[in-house]
Design a protein around this ligand. Sequence first.
Ligand SMILES: Nc1ncnc2c1ncn2[C@@H]1O[C@H](COP(=O)(O)OP(=O)(O)OP(=O)(O)O)[C@@H](O)[C@H]1O
Ligand SMILES: C[C@@](O)(CCOP(=O)(O)OP(=O)(O)O)CC(=O)O
Length: 372
Amino acid sequence: MSHNGAGVSEVTVRVPMNIALVKYWGKRDEQLILPLNDSISLTVDKLTAETTVRMIQAVGENTVEINGRRVELSSNKRYQTVFDEALRLQRKRKEDLNKNENECITHHFEVISKTNFPVAAGLASSAAGFAAIARAIQKILNLNDTQANRLARIGSGSACRSMFGGLVHWKKGEKEDGSDCVAVRTESENWPDLYCIILVFNDERKKVGSSEGMRRTRETSTLLKHRIEYVVPERIEQVKKAYESRNFQDLARVIMADSNQFHAVCLDSIPPIRYLNESSWRLIELVEKFNQQEVKAAYTFDAGPNACVIVQKYDVPAFIRTLLQDIIIPSEDLKSVEEELKVSFDCPSEINSPILCSKLIVSPMGGGPADS
Ligand SMILES: Nc1ncnc2c1ncn2[C@@H]1O[C@H](COP(=O)(O)OP(=O)(O)OP(=O)(O)O)[C@@H](O)[C@H]1O
Ligand SMILES: C[C@@](O)(CCOP(=O)(O)OP(=O)(O)O)CC(=O)O
């Protein structure tokens, strides 16, 4: 961390996104971002937000810049909530230390973040982004992990899971003030052989954002109630057990089942929410084929069509080879052929389309944040 004489503290951190193996979907409190169910995740170490936070002791405007673009803070209140909470924690600490500073010191924040993956495409950019802000503020203000967790969570729920490496369990908690709603690193040693292959099929902003989608599901889905009560608690335990005992097959089965159920509750909402597209389904079929003899890969999808396939390190080349058999036609070319068929031949596009993938990333998992 650097300080300068003019009351500026500055920290830069690099924090990875995370992928839930058992998904968070639905809030019991929208303001505090308290979830309806526990979730469990691993970080995707190559997809990161590198963020510099400056806390400046002067009157001024808070600013956030992501990938060179200024964020309009009036249309996204979550940053302000995070900054206000940070200042509240700072005041509290001073009170606890009995520092009765009579003068009212004002501060503001400047955030500059760079991500190496598309923002708002269902690739958990908000998770990496808010976790990075929280982590940097934690270092500036010397906060404990619970306080930093809360900061990340009120920015974006899933962000609190990006604060650690290893297998991370976000507990929904019971209390109304959210004090028992925290993400913790489980006791299991990290499993460094787990890799993920991210396939970006569409990097446009999703039509139904997570907040709106969760609200709709909570208000209308009957399947969600069943999921929260009877399915998730058992799956959390199954994931922990499979991870601890390095049982890939058991782990993979739970991951796929939970991704499927998450998308099923989205479809069970009114109006229904559809995040998967044709390419996502082709990928699911491909993984099923790859797993025919033995379960060696697990797909999982967040709130978008892009896939995350988890495999063990030694299966990465075989899985990529299988993928390449299907990724033949670049998406632009396929689109124009389909269009040509429709327009020139009045023939609806019946192409047995290969997987259309604009980006393929292979990444180790579970490494957690890095401070610089
Ligand atoms: N690096 C970053 N730093 C700070 N905020 C970020 C960063 N990247 C993304 N965000 C915030 O997150 C928002 C995108 O969040 P959103 O929940 O819509 O998408 P997502 O995180 O890709 O998907 P999901 O949360 O459903 O997995 C952006 O509009 C921006 O406000
Ligand atoms: C499908 C998910 O990725 C949903 C993530 O939702 P967010 O954490 O983005 O939602 P907010 O709390 O409203 O910011 C599943 C998951 O990551 O567990």
